[in-house]
Design a protein around this ligand. Structure first.
Ligand SMILES: [Zn+2]
Length: 361
């Protein structure tokens, strides 16, 4: 076991200058003898979280082929200060990495549960309506607390987005996840699917471009989370350009969803919906972009700097069950030179990163 560490600085969110000791993988405020001081000023936050990330999907969209590849992708996020990941669906199982000292904390879904022949190739378990609930239960066991459902995708015959299954099947999926003691995250782009899923009691809406003002109020009332993945939504222009010739209605719809999105996120924020930072890294989006997503939430969706920090740090950790900088909390933290509440851009350059009580940078 490495020796104990000591840090001193302004600890957020409490906003107090404090000394913390990292004794193995635990935080304590009781001094530990012979600890090495690794930061003596600056602003200290609980380690960042990427709440929508895929370390099982390689660049380009194919499933990864080895544990080493998942570890490598996760370390790109780690080196940007992301010390916990919610993996929103992986075609490659990697439960061995849950306690890997080099890998961020993992809240994992199993494979995406998706409709037949409509989702990204080779990524999801593709099932027809009668098998959805049983598959959700099975994938709950493959993950460690989360299930990922694909709530909509293009329906080629209709030439537009459409819900993955009928509303009763999608509601049964939510119940099946909860019966298996898992939370359920749902991918939705369209207006129709997100309405079904919010009213069915899903735990988190991923992307959520189809949200309306009525629905964000309903989410706030229920405490349903939103992970907007602004970086992903910015790629809708490319998706539309590729689809335009064959599916002009779909292409137009995607552009309208993209253009209306910052307003949707702002409405959700103002309604009090819990919002978390997720990049959707994996496939078409690079790892290590959590800071960029944070800046987008501030600049495009109007979230205050402190609320963005909550969405990326202590709030997200509480949501996922990874305790922060409290007595007995997990020894994951990032240190910045200057106050990220005053200028959020500082999150692009952490001065110190400590994961599981060990110095990463
Ligand atoms: Zn995703």
């Amino acid at each position: 076991m490495p020796g104990a560490l000591h840090v001193r600085g302004v600890v957020l969110p409490d906003d107090e200058v404090r000394d913390l000791w990292l004794d193995g993988d635990r935080i304590t405020t009781t001094p530990v003898a012979d600890a090495t001081t690794v930061a003596d000023r600056g602003f200290i936050l609980p380690g960042l979280v990427d709440a929508h990330c895929h370390i099982g999907i390689a660049r380009g969209g194919a499933p990864i082929g080895s544990l080493a590849q998942a570890r490598q992708l996760a370390t790109v996020d780690r080196d940007a200060g992301v010390l916990a990941i919610r993996d929103a669906g992986s075609p490659y199982p990697y439960p061995e990495l849950d306690d890997d000292p080099d890998v961020p904390r993992l809240a994992r879904a199993g494979r995406h549960v998706a409709p037949p022949r409509r989702y990204l190739r080779d990524i999801g378990v593709e099932v027809a309506a009668p098998d959805v609930a049983a598959t959700v239960a099975e994938q709950a066991r493959a993950g460690n607390g989360w299930v990922k459902l694909v709530g909509d995708w293009i329906e080629r015959d209709a030439g537009d987005l459409a819900p993955a299954w009928d509303a009763a099947t999608m509601a049964a999926a939510v119940d099946a996840a909860h019966a298996a003691d898992a939370r359920i995250a749902v991918h939705t782009f369209s207006e129709s699917a997100v309405e079904i899923m919010v009213r069915a009691g899903v735990d988190s809406v991923e992307h959520g471009t189809g949200l309306s003002v009525d629905l964000v109020d309903e989410m706030a009332r229920r405490g349903t989370a939103l992970v907007p993945t602004m970086i992903n939504i910015a790629t809708f222009g490319d998706i539309a350009a590729r689809a335009r010739e064959k599916f002009p209605g779909y292409a137009k719809h995607m552009l309208a969803l993209r253009d209306g999105f910052p307003t949707v996120v702002r409405a959700a924020y103002e309604a009090g919906v819990p919002i978390y930072v997720g990049t959707d890294a994996g496939g078409g989006i690079d790892h290590g972009l959590a800071a960029r997503e944070m800046l987008l939430l501030h600049e495009k969706a109007g979230m205050s700097t402190v609320d963005v920090l909550r969405a990326a740090s202590w709030g997200a950790r509480d949501w996922l069950g990874f305790p922060g900088l409290v007595e007995g909390g997990l020894a994951d933290l990032v240190v910045y030179d200057t106050d990220p509440r005053a200028d959020l851009r500082v999150v692009q350059a952490p001065k110190r990163i400590i994961l599981r009580g060990r110095v990463v940078a």
